[in-house]
Design a protein around this ligand. Structure first.
Ligand code: GDP
Ligand code: MG
Length: 776
């Protein structure tokens, strides 16, 4: 039968993994290989995707992908676990020195050589937490697969001649998403002096898969066995010396979160780097496994290419297993001639025949077989982990069939209510009060010393009004980030992605895209930034282009202003309608993009569901500090400059004299140029154009500009104009801060494209509104 037909709660053994290419390799690398037992935990509330347990961790898989996997059902086998628990555990202390690892021989690198380390490991294994401990820096830590998507460098505290690089999490050396490439390329191209391989001890089988591939690279390495606190708390343990002996590299049990064992880790890491101690073992293929088919093939290929690998400067064992799986690029690099290529193919065909499995699966299976041996000899697993049980309990509600969506709405509602209505405005008022007081003080001070009127106007109307308004949003943004980071660090957001995947799939995205969209209702800037967690460039770009349609809070004042003036009786209806219109436009745009700009499928939704963990206050505090700094830096650079420019344009005429009536300003003249363009949609008044232009700086300013330019004469506009103004404001270009964020993520061309395309879209929508309005 197929995996998608397996009922929740039932287990089965995988017989065959179908599919092809990168996705199939990804399955294999995640441990979905023939002979492995899987248990279906549940289906998402909408019936797709499914949650599986494999190798002791939780994985999500879409039904369409599960259909490619054949399984045969089994009755759960419980005996094996019981047997393992009977071995008497030898507890390692956290940070126990490896007794196996022979130290202090060989010739060290010359003094003063910079020791570079790559921090490599699975997603969510605690790399960033360890990096922060090593360097004392404060990178963002999250309990969501893929939070680190850029590499970050730092010097190990107390060792000035070192440099550690925190890399995005990877599951194998055949990267699956574009961000994973960053990690692999780093190891390949930058030749770090040593690798610190961080392994999640609570999830050891899957984590060691990457370790095996790293060992083949023949680079000095230490294994940091992280989360030992959790493993030991549940009664499990690892025989570190046995593991070291089998892997041939130092293994140091640590707890990055509690900063235990980190000093020992640093000692070992520096030692292997300085003495360039390569892994002692690489030969993991069992001589007797399945008649030694894989073993013989690997060795035959190794001998075949030995000389080529040496010439090309590539590790032999790594090249051999890569060639068996098939890698045309590598074949070229190695300069194999036709004869050798044919020999290679014959060897591989023989392997497939003897092993009864295709090439990729047999290599993956060989690795997992060795991992099983290592774990049997050195790991005592806890019967059931408390964290696991707790997560299961929480998930009964959070991803339960009937409760998941109400719970999601409740949580999101609470977050937005607290942020935008309760806590946020309170602090915003406080801050605004402070800024106003400062402005008044500055005004009086300048008056007292007779500062030039133009300068005074710049400081008061330009900087204090413009930058001040933006800065007053700081509390809201910080609070929103506070809640989102709580949700993320706890592991909830991964569940949201799981629950929402089916809906988003319809518009060509995957469950992961829901996060930026939700944040978009708050502010497009953090929303765009949060797309960095998406696994493919295609999904990321598409999501970035959609977030502006989730109406941000800065547009609220515009809606309120017009609704109050023109449609007082239907206020809430119209505002809700606008939000819905934004979402619907987003969906329509997504469907359009899906069939044009971003053809092809969203990345298959294969994601790990981590255990729920208590967010660490330190991590959250550090994150908020980082966000605030980032925000303020932007407010006082891009936004300050933009504000000064607009102030200048609206305060001076072409002969550079200060104008008393902004009617005569450069801005009015420029807006007048644009007015004919806006006339067809009924927004041709230069004052409207001006307010829309200033809305590009910050949406809130649309209202303030209209107020000053129109005074009491607003009613003359009429309801049709008001309606098209509302729709235009909803859809037209995001503000300059958002555009700057988009530019940072996608580049200048895309950012400019967003401005133009959204203006065009808004124009068309406003025209439709006007035409409909004129019918009545
Ligand atoms: P990364 O994705 O590999 O960078 O992982 P992170 O550093 O973001 O950590 C993932 C999660 O594991 C976070 O919730 C951390 O708080 C948690 N974590 C990291 N190290 C430890 C540890 O040693 N013990 C425990 N119990 N939790 C940890
Ligand atoms: Mg990280």
């Amino acid at each position: 039968m197929k995996l998608n037909e397996l009922k929740p709660g039932r287990s089965a053994v995988i017989e065959e993994v179908g599919g092809s290419g990168a996705l199939r390799q990804h399955f294999l690398d995640m441990g979905v290989i023939p002979g492995t037992e899987v248990t279906v935990i549940k289906l998402a509330p909408m019936g797709d995707p499914m949650e599986l347990r494999i190798h002791g961790y939780e994985l999500t898989l879409r039904l369409a992908d599960a259909e490619k996997i054949s399984v045969s059902p089994v009755d759960r086998k419980a005996a094996e676990q019981e047997k393992k628990l009977q071995r008497s555990p030898e507890h390692p202390g956290l940070g126990e020195e490896g007794r196996f690892h022979p130290k202090g021989s060989g010739d060290p690198l010359p003094d003063g050589t910079k020791l570079t380390f790559a921090l490599v490991g699975n997603q969510n294994s605690g790399k960033t937490t360890l990096f922060n401990q090593l360097t004392g820096s404060n990178q963002h830590v999250g309990n969501f697969p893929g939070v680190t998507v850029d590499r970050k460098d730092g010097v190990i505290r107390g060792h000035s001649d070192t440099l550690v690089t925190d890399l995005p999490g990877i599951y194998s050396m055949s990267p699956y998403s574009s961000e994973e490439l960053v990690s692999r390329d780093f190891v390949f191209r930058e030749h770090p002096k040593a690798i610190i391989n961080i392994v999640d001890a609570t999830n050891i089988e899957r984590n060691l898969y990457l370790t095996m591939q790293l060992l083949e690279m023949n680079i000095p390495m230490v294994v940091a066995l992280n989360m030992m606190d959790e493993l030991r708390g549940n009664g499990g343990t690892v025989d570190v010396n046995a593991m070291e002996a089998m892997l041939g590299v130092p293994v140091v049990p640590i707890s990055a979160a509690k900063n235990e064992g980190v000093d020992e880790l640093v000692r070992h890491a520096i030692h292997v780097a300085r003495y360039q101690e390569k892994p002692l073992e690489q030969d993991f293929c069992g001589v007797e496994d399945h008649g030694g088919a894989v073993h013989r093939a690997l060795h035959a290929v190794s001998h075949l290419i030995e000389d080529h690998a040496e010439r090309a400067g590539l590790p032999v064992r790594f090249s051999a297993s890569k060639l068996i799986v098939g890698d045309p690029l590598l074949e070229e690099q190695l300069e194999l001639d036709q004869n050798e290529k044919e020999m290679l193919e014959h060897l591989v065909l023989q392997l497939e025949k003897e092993r009864g499995m295709d090439r990729s699966a047999s290599i993956a299976d060989m690795r997992f077989a060795f991992i099983r041996k290592v774990c049997d000899a050195s790991v005592i697993r806890p019967k059931e982990s408390r964290e696991r049980l707790r997560s299961e309990k929480i998930d009964r509600i959070v991803t339960g069939r009937h409760t998941a969506i109400p719970f999601f709405i409740l949580i999101m509602g609470a977050v937005f209510f607290l942020t935008f209505f309760l806590i946020g405005p309170f602090f915003q008022d406080l801050l605004q009060g402070g800024i106003d007081a400062l402005k008044e003080g500055a005004g009086r001070a300048m008056e007292a010393v007779h500062v030039n009127a133009a300068i005074r106007s710049l400081v008061l109307d330009g900087i204090f009004e413009g930058v001040g308004t933006v800065v007053s949003f700081l509390p809201i943004i910080v609070i929103l980030f506070f809640f989102l980071s709580l949700l993320e660090d706890s592991g909830y957001i991964a569940r949201v992605a799981f629950v929402m995947d089916k809906l988003l799939r319809r518009i060509g995205l995957s469950g992961r895209s829901i996060v930026p969209m939700l944040i978009g209702f708050g502010c497009t800037v953090p929303a765009v930034m949060s797309t960095r967690t998406l696994p493919s460039a295609r999904d990321r770009r598409m999501t970035i282009l959609l977030t502006p349609f989730m109406s941000c809070t800065a547009k609220m004042p515009i809606y309120g202003f017009f609704v109050y003036a023109f449609f007082p009786r239907f206020g809430w209806l119209i505002i809700t309608g606008l939000y819905l219109l934004g979402i619907l436009t987003g969906i329509a745009v997504a469907l359009l993009f899906k069939n044009t700009l971003f053809k092809g499928e969203a990345v298959p939704f294969v994601m790990e569901l981590p255990n729920y963990r208590f967010p660490s206050p330190r991590n959250v505090a550090l994150l908020l500090w980082e966000k605030s700094k980032d925000f303020l830096r932007r407010a006082f650079s891009v936004i300050l400059i933009a504000t000064i420019v607009v102030w200048f344009l609206k305060s001076f005429n072409f002969s550079l004299n200060l104008v008393t009536d902004s009617h005569e300003s450069i801005l009015a003249a420029a807006a007048g140029l644009l007015a004919p363009l806006m006339a067809p949609v009924g927004l041709g008044d230069w004052r409207i154009v001006t307010s829309l232009i200033s809305g590009f700086m910050a949406k809130e300013s649309v209202v303030s500009v209209m107020e000053t330019l129109f005074g009491g004469g607003l009613a003359s506009l009429g309801t049709v104009t008001a309606a098209s103004m509302l729709v235009f404001s909803l859809l037209y270009t995001p503000c300059v801060a958002a555009i700057a964020a988009i530019r940072r993520e996608m580049g200048r061309k895309w950012a400019l494209g967003v401005v133009l395309w959204q203006c065009a879209l808004a124009w068309i929508a406003a025209l439709i509104v006007r035409l409909i309005g004129l019918l009545f």
